[in-house]
Every structure is written in C-alpha cells, then in structure tokens.
Write a protein that binds this ligand. Structure first.
Ligand SMILES: Nc1ncnc2c1ncn2[C@@H]1O[C@H](COP(=O)(O)OP(=O)(O)O)[C@@H](O)[C@H]1O
Ligand SMILES: [Mg+2]
Length: 365
C-alpha cells in the first residue's frame, strides 16, 4: 500500500522557512498534481518525499511507516527530474538499467524490466543510442523509463514536460495519463502550468508561498475557488477579477463597480455578503458573452459596453470590453465579428458569479 501521509511538514533552509506546516493525504494509485507559481515550494516538498531534502519538522509516512529518516532508495519512490539527469556517456539501455545494476538485480530481470519499460514508452528502437542522439521528447521518455524499471510504489515528477515545445507537451500529457493506467502506481506531479494540472490530476493541490491554498478535483477548483488567488490561477483565460462595493437593500443586493457598471447579486444560500462590503467580483470569460449566446438570461444580467481589443482564435474570440469604466475579457463565438470601438450588448451568467472579500480575498458567496 502506497498511501502517503504528510503531517505538519516544515522545511527550513537555515533560518528561512519555505514550507510552513503542510498537511496532505495521498491515496494509493492517486494522480496528484502540485501546482503553483515558481518559488512556492513544490520542488522542495517533492524532494522531501523523495528523501533528497531533510524534513525540518512534521512527519511523512508511506503506509504505516514514517519515512523521515529513511534513505531515498528504501522509500519505494522514483523521481523524474525536469532536466532528465541522464548519463551522457551511457546508452539508453544502460541509463535505464543503472539503478537496477547498483541494486545487483539478476541480468535477466534487468533485461526484462528495461524491455518492458521501453515497450510502454515506445523506446525499443533507441535502446543502444546515447542521449545526444535523441530528441528532447525521447530523452524525456528515457528519464521516465529509468523510473519505471524500478517498479516504485510512488512516482515523483518535477516539471517533466517543461523543456519540451508546446505540441510535444500536449502529446506527452496524454502519454502521462496512459502511463498512470499502465503502471498502476501513485503519481505525484509538480508543475507551474495550470493546464497540465487540470488535465492530468485526479486531484490538484494549489500551493502559494509555502502553504497549501486549496486542494480538490480539477472541476471543483474551477467551480469553487476558495480565494482570488486560486480563482485567478486556475482556468484559461484567467477569471475577470474586479473590485466592487455591495449596495442596495438586504433582499436585493447589487454590485457597484468602478465607473457606472452595476450588476445584481442573485440570492444564494450560504452567502456571507453584507451591505457596504468591499469585494472582488469574479466572472469567467466564458460566462460573459455577446448578447444572444446564452439564451434565457434575465434582462438585468445584460449590460452594454465598448469593444477595446479583439483577439480572434478561430474557434472563439477573446473580446476586451469596457463596461462603463470596468474592463473585462469576454469569450465569444468564433464567427461573431466585432471591431474595436463598436458598442455591444453583453450578457453575464451570474449563476456562476464569484464574490470574494476585498480584504481577506476569501470567497464569501
Ligand atoms: N537549497 C536552498 N537553499 C535556500 N533556499 C532554497 C533552496 N532551495 C529552494 N529554496 C527556496 O525555497 C523556496 C521554494 O523553492 P522551490 O521548492 O524550488 O519552489 P518551486 O519548485 O515551487 O518553484 C524558494 O523561495 C527558494 O528560493
Ligand atoms: Mg520547482
């Protein structure tokens, strides 16, 4: 059983604390993605799991065993690094089998495991090439192969795709998902790329400044971000986040934005919004369209604005609009043609409205 438990784990470099007591349970065979901006502590956390960094406080356990003081090779984990770390003078077969040779596994077993991994990764033809004779994508596969041959209970990936070009990255994302099914092991995957996180993870753990901000299934995070950080980080293009003040009466609260824009707040159970409160309002670009694209919305969810910038992407168009002093990004159907300077009627799906307290940045609606 490869259930990993992280309890109050702290990392300090000298006097500087960079991971501040994180708690996380990762189930056997789960695919968990750590995502967050550069410097938030993703690699440090992964390296503590691998045993490459000492744990300054708290405990980590795999199954029932505390691993804090266990040597990396005894943890049943294998790590794939961003820069692949292949041995340049060894061919693919030797790179992949190196760890098993060190462990003095029998020759036939080594051959069998390398061939099995090569088949999973489509590397059979390249076993006798040196890394310099491989493309970036192939080197990346060799690095994964080196982990696979060890039959670890937990795979650790640190930004494994970030050195590949965009197209190859998309392909390798699909490969990663297939790999998870084939190896049937726990995967912990680190990335700063929210698209990778959304597409790969059974569960996403969002980190910021050495803390876990939120964790959950990709679509849970997308639908219910706990604060403005997660709201702005998850989803592409990023959510519109706009300052506003709550006005109106108790039973008909309104959002008064900068400039003239006013929108109603549909009544909702559990809402903690109060009159006069300063808030940050979140509306995703796909919930904000040109009139007619979301039939059936109430009249007071419609507003007019002036088109500022148009970015056609073919299948859709990103339209930057000035709504009486509040600038927003709307995602519209590809075929609709609008030009900068046009006055347009927009409609906002306020069923998907997000409201955050301006001071705490936490979700309050
Ligand atoms: N060996 C080190 N000594 C001192 N500080 C470090 C060391 N390694 C990482 N850090 C600091 O720890 C923080 C987290 O780093 P890291 O885990 O690499 O972030 P991420 O992988 O999320 O980009 C950063 O502020 C970084 O500068
Ligand atoms: Mg890192």
């Amino acid at each position: 059983m490869a259930r990993l438990q992280i309890k109050d784990v702290v990392k300090r470099y000298g006097k500087t604390e960079v991971v501040h007591g994180i708690n996380l349970d990762i189930e056997d065979k789960e695919f968990v993605v750590f995502v967050g901006p550069s410097g938030c502590g993703k690699s440090t956390t992964l390296r503590m799991i691998a045993g490459l960094e000492e744990i300054s406080g708290g405990t980590m356990s795999i199954g029932d065993k505390v691993i804090n003081d266990l040597a990396p090779k005894d943890r049943g984990v294998a790590m794939v690094f961003q820069n692949y770390a292949l041995y340049p003078h060894m061919n693919v077969f030797d790179n992949m089998s190196f760890g098993l040779k060190i462990k003095k596994r029998p020759k036939e077993e080594i051959k069998r495991r390398v061939e099995e991994a090569a088949a999973i990764l489509g590397l059979e033809e390249f076993l006798y090439r040196k890394p310099s004779q491989l493309s970036g994508g192939q080197r990346q596969r060799v690095a994964m192969g080196r982990a696979i041959v060890r039959h670890p209970e937990i795979f650790l990936f640190d930004e494994p795709l970030s050195n590949l070009d965009a197209k190859l990255r998309t392909q390798m994302r699909i490969e990663m998902k297939k790999l998870h099914r084939r190896v049937d092991s726990t995967i912990i995957y680190v990335t700063h790329d929210q698209v990778e996180a959304m597409t790969l993870g059974d569960r996403i753990v969002v980190m910021k400044d050495g803390h876990i901000v939120q964790q959950g299934k990709p679509l849970e995070l997308f639908a219910h971000p706990v604060n403005t950080f997660v709201a702005g980080f998850i989803g592409s293009p990023p959510m519109n986040l706009m300052p506003a003040v709550v006005e109106g009466g108790e039973d008909a609260m309104k959002l008064k934005f900068e400039g003239e824009l006013v929108l109603p707040i549909p009544a909702k159970e559990g809402s903690q919004i109060s009159l006069g409160q300063k808030v940050v309002v979140g509306i995703r670009a796909e919930d904000l369209t040109l009139e007619g694209e979301q039939p059936g919305l109430p009249e007071d969810w419609k507003v007019s604005g002036v088109v500022d910038v148009v970015e056609p992407l073919g299948n859709e168009t990103h339209v930057h609009v000035d709504l009486s002093g509040t600038r927003v990004l709307a995602k519209c159907e590809g075929r609709r043609i609008v030009t900068p300077g046009d006055t347009v009627k927009m409609e906002a799906n306020l069923k998907h409205l997000h409201v955050f307290d301006a001071e705490t940045t936490n979700s309050i609606y």
